[in-house]
Design a protein around this ligand. Structure first.
Ligand SMILES: [Zn+2]
Length: 444
């Protein structure tokens, strides 16, 4: 009898291997879902650096245990030993970049982020180097690499404070490319507040609400109607209906220019994937997604082999695919709300703590209790975003879909917290523990 295999086990960050290994993760997967994974997704990039030694001069941040480095090669060897197909995942914003370089993402207020802009040709060249270097490692050891996965869901991160929206990217490369893509686009209008984005984005207090239902064929009038219907539109912003329509037109031009500029950059990176290897995007399933800057129809037209997307709310399901003319590539359900967003937030924080610990092993420069609190907060948000029960997998498989499971368990998080030296307890916790025997009911 051949053993059933389904789904892909996603290891979102190489830091996971500080506390676990491939056979243990596969065993956990089997225990949870009742069968083995067909593949494993391993990270090439993390916010601290890379998972292998690169000629780019970027730090290899793979953890070591018992004197052995647990890097990409180590993980590939273990995965091959488990009979798994290997997917290699890259975040094309190369989130280990430093600020104040020509690579940095720049928002509309001029602030920089330590991530790279893919519109910059040099970013794409660095991505190509990472693909070539890792492909030759895989070839040398005959590792079964099935595909390269691009995490594109947060190419254009954003923030908001009330009416003031901060979106990326306004670097000189984007400014030039966007102006060429849409000569009538007035980018300086987006440096003010409120601006045309306010017709489709709103600070919700805990994040940003998006008007998800903008279809590629929607003209400015339709965008304005949707904005009014979903109560993004505020009449106080405009002195006339014509002025409101003018803003909707600028939003229309911006979305289409961003879609063209982004898909050109992503398309070029996809073409750098070695022949015979699948090309995969991790993305959100909306008609237009503001943080990956593309219409779903455009992503499909890029000729990817697979899309990994979180479950889509039922009311958006029909609309999202209605304007996609060609058949969808294979879609796997990514078993986390907002896909990698909350998972990455936790591992970005782990990379930050690790970088503090490298310079200051005793962590005297930081309030350890504060770091612990922030770690626990991010972990909770991440755990709430995961859909890792057998029940969720049954629902996905009932629709004849496969899935990708980011297997970051509560147990792994506790071990990571301990490895980071954050498993300290507050004085209050200690006191509660000391007093607990006194409060226990007497034994009968
Ligand atoms: Zn840019």
């Amino acid at each position: 009898m051949t053993q059933e295999r389904d789904g892909i086990l996603d290891v979102p960050d190489i830091a996971m291997f500080a506390v676990t290994d491939v056979p243990e993760l596969v065993a956990e997967y089997k225990k949870r879902f009742g069968f083995s994974p067909e593949g494993i997704c391993l990270p090439l990039t993390t916010s601290g650096g890379l998972s292998y030694n690169s000629t780019l001069g970027i730090r290899n941040v793979s953890p070591a245990r018992d004197g052995h480095v647990r890097d990409l090669e180590w993980a590939c060897r273990a995965a091959a030993g488990e009979g798994l197909q290997i997917y290699l995942c890259i975040d094309p914003t190369l989130p280990f970049a430093t600020t104040s370089s020509d690579f940095s993402l720049v928002d509309n207020t001029g602030d920089e982020s330590p991530k790279c802009c893919v519109v910059n040709r040099l970013t794409r060249e660095a991505v190509r180097t990472i693909l070539n270097e890792t492909a030759s490692v895989a070839q040398k050891h005959a590792f079964p690499v099935a595909g390269y996965v691009f995490s594109t869901q947060n190419l254009w991160p954003m923030g908001a404070e009330g009416e003031r929206l901060e979106l990326t990217c306004f670097c000189r490369h984007c400014w030039k490319a966007m102006s060429e893509a849409a000569p009538d686009l007035d980018l300086s209008a987006f440096e003010k507040s409120p601006n045309p984005w306010n017709l489709a984005l709103r600070d919700s207090g805990s994040g940003i609400s998006h008007l998800h239902e903008i279809a590629p064929g929607d003209q400015p009038v339709a965008i304005l109607e949707k904005s009014k219907a979903r109560e993004y539109y505020n009449p106080a912003w405009y002195h006339s209906e014509d002025a409101a329509l003018g803003a909707a037109r600028q939003l229309f031009l911006y979305l289409h220019a961003r879609d063209r500029v982004t898909s050109h950059a992503v398309g070029e990176m996809l073409r750098a994937v070695p022949a015979g290897t699948k090309r995969v995007l991790i993305s959100e399933p909306f008609q237009y997604d503001f943080t990956d800057g593309m219409f779903l129809a455009t992503k499909v037209s890029l000729g990817v082999d697979e899309l990994w997307m979180p479950p889509l709310p039922a009311k958006l399901r029909e609309g999202a695919v209605s304007d996609v003319s060609r058949p969808l590539p294979r879609v796997r359900t990514y078993l986390a709300a907002r896909a990698r967003y909350h998972v990455d937030a936790l591992f970005n924080f782990i990379a930050f703590v690790n970088s503090v610990a490298r310079l200051d092993p005793e962590m005297r420069s930081k309030d350890r209790q504060d770091l612990r609190t922030r770690f626990v907060e991010r972990s909770q948000r991440m755990l709430q975003s995961l859909h890792l029960s057998k029940m969720e997998v049954l629902a996905v498989r009932a629709e004849n879909r496969s899935f990708v499971a980011p297997l970051v368990t509560e147990d792994a998080i506790q071990r990571l917290m301990s490895a980071l030296g954050l498993n300290i307890r507050s004085e209050l916790d200690r006191l509660t523990e000391l007093l607990s025997p006194l409060r226990r009911p007497p034994e009968l």
